[in-house]
Design a protein around this ligand. Structure first.
Ligand SMILES: [Zn+2]
Length: 274
């Protein structure tokens, strides 16, 4: 089969577009990545995006609040266990592994993930170059503020089983209710994570490239990081299934790669990571 002239021109144009990105990535030192639910969706994790998202007829935006947790911990823990079980049944996709590989060859590469599913961690992304800014659903801590109990990567906890008993997990030290170490709607972001990102921005007077992957970019401060990177000269590469809000601000020097992030990210990054 032969390509028509028009299709050949399009193919060459697409190849040049990709080559331009790959060459810039190869030559970039200071690189920032912002990950969102679209990357996890490729691993079969529900995104629950949009203000109208529901779980068993309950608004997710309502379940994921401090006040609902305090009012109805059994229901909210049932929701969290559903999410934990889904996360534990998912595995990192080729996009997570490509990003982890990029981190091993670029020491000035920082990744901010808004996902609470531990998939980047399970892809062995170097922890010192990864900021899980919304926490992890697999980490637990005690709701008693004078108790220091916490448990990291709670993948073997009996409370994760579908019909646990008791219905809510208790602290082994003080018997208070445990909760996942995630940022809920209305919670402040962990100061240590914000400080890590701010320090990285301060340490880099110029930024070469920012990767925005599977991210709706409607939540601050994650969305503000794009503006901050652009102010420091970064070219922006957006990977997403649709041309959303974050793509509207792209300039001629930037890129938009439409499609499944779990496919597009390794396709492009693989040319540098190997
Ligand atoms: Zn406790």
């Amino acid at each position: 089969m032969t390509l028509t002239m028009e299709n050949q021109t399009r193919l060459e144009s697409w190849n040049n577009y990709c080559d331009d990105f790959v060459n810039h990535l190869r030559n970039s030192k200071a690189v920032l990545a912002l990950l969102g639910a679209g990357l996890s969706a490729s691993s079969g994790i529900s995104t629950y995006q949009g203000s109208g998202s529901t779980w068993q007829n309950h608004l997710v935006r309502d379940l994921a609040t401090k006040s609902r947790f305090e009012r109805d911990p059994v229901l909210v823990w049932e929701y969290y266990r559903h999410r934990q079980a889904e996360i534990l049944s998912g595995v990192p996709n080729a996009g997570h592994f490509a990003l982890a590989g990029l981190a091993t060859i670029k020491p000035d590469f920082l990744t901010i993930t808004q996902n609470v599913d531990d998939l980047s961690q399970r892809a062995r992304h170097p922890p010192e170059l990864l900021v899980p800014i919304h926490g992890s659903l697999l980490d637990l801590h005690c709701t008693n503020t004078s108790c220091a109990f916490s448990r990291h990567h709670n993948s073997h906890d009996p409370h994760l089983h579908p019909q646990p008993s008791p219905p809510t997990p208790s602290c082994p030290l003080c018997t208070s209710l445990l909760r996942p170490s995630i940022t809920r709607f209305g919670d402040p972001l962990p100061p240590s994570h914000l400080s890590t990102v701010d320090s990285w921005f301060s340490a880099h007077p110029t930024i070469d490239l920012m990767l925005v992957i599977g991210c709706a970019c409607t939540v601050s401060p994650a969305a503000d990081y794009i503006d901050k990177a652009k102010e420091k000269g970064a070219r922006i590469a957006v990977f997403n299934v649709e041309f959303g809000r974050q793509a509207l601000c792209l300039g001629q020097e930037d890129w938009f790669f439409e499609g499944d992030a779990g496919v597009m990210v390794p396709l492009l990054l693989g040319k540098v990571v190997g």
